[in-house]
Design a protein around this ligand. Structure first.
Ligand code: SAH
Length: 221
């Protein structure tokens, strides 16, 4: 890292720490691993150059291809709901720019991430390699089909809104395991759902209202 590089990275630290304090801790994010990850992952590396000044703002941002980087609170909250540990293997659907992927990768053992849009996937995998994340496996394709080869997963995080909870994802969830997924057909009426598999019992809870881009589905579904 040369001087200019070092300067550009450290300049964002106060904004990042403020984001964690004001947007996350004050709104009830308590998991210390999630807070530590969000204090570390350089969110400004994941936004478009013209949005650098808003990288730590309390809102989603466009990342091109009609997709978005989620609001920091949503990333933290969805990660916290998974209750992951350093031993967890996580499936993420909707890599986008790779910010959520990086937060997960800081905390868990391995992230398997699937993205539909080829250019986004390439961008995210290049970015994460450059930033030194080694515990992520990338795939281009339809994540609503899961990733059978590496199943079961201790946690599944879906970052796009589904019409229903795909049964194949339920099958690929470990026991015990937790999944968070936005469900709903309309932009303004999606609910973030938490599914918990434990022994013979599977529970489904509505957490809160969210706005995600739609989960695309291929004919294979
Ligand atoms: N995780 C991102 C937000 C991703 S936005 C963050 O860190 O902020 C949702 C992403 O889901 C988009 O990039 C979109 O292309 C992708 N997507 C939509 N349907 C998909 C599908 N069926 N399989 C994989 N990715 C999908």
């Amino acid at each position: 890292m040369d001087d200019a590089d070092h300067q550009s990275r450290t300049d964002f630290l106060p904004a990042r720490l403020r984001m964690v304090d004001q947007q996350l801790q004050r709104r009830g994010i308590y998991d210390s691993a999630v807070l530590a990850a969000m204090r570390t992952v350089p969110r400004h590396e994941f936004v478009l150059p013209e949005d650098l000044g808003q990288a730590y703002g309390d809102h989603p941002l466009s990342i091109g291809h009609e997709q978005t980087i989620s609001q920091p609170y949503i990333v933290a909250s969805m990660t916290q709901e998974l209750r992951i540990t350093g031993k967890s293997r996580i499936l993420e659907i909707g890599t986008g720019c790779g910010y959520q992927t990086a937060v997960l990768a800081k905390i868990c053992e391995h992230v398997y991430t699937v993205e539909w849009v080829s250019e986004l996937l390439t961008g995210a995998s290049d970015r994460l390699r450059r930033l030194g994340y080694c515990n992520v496996t990338f795939r281009e394709g339809d994540g609503s089909l899961g990733w059978a080869e590496y199943a079961p997963f201790d946690g599944i995080l879906v970052a796009a809104a589904a019409r229903n909870i795909p049964p194949v994802l339920m099958e690929q969830l470990a026991d015990p395991g937790r999944m968070v997924i936005p469900v709903g057909e309309h932009l303004f009426s999606q609910q973030l759902m938490l599914i918990e598999k434990k022994g013979a019992k599977t529970t489904v809870d509505e957490l809160y209202g969210v706005r995600f881009v739609p989960l695309r589905t291929s004919d294979l579904n």
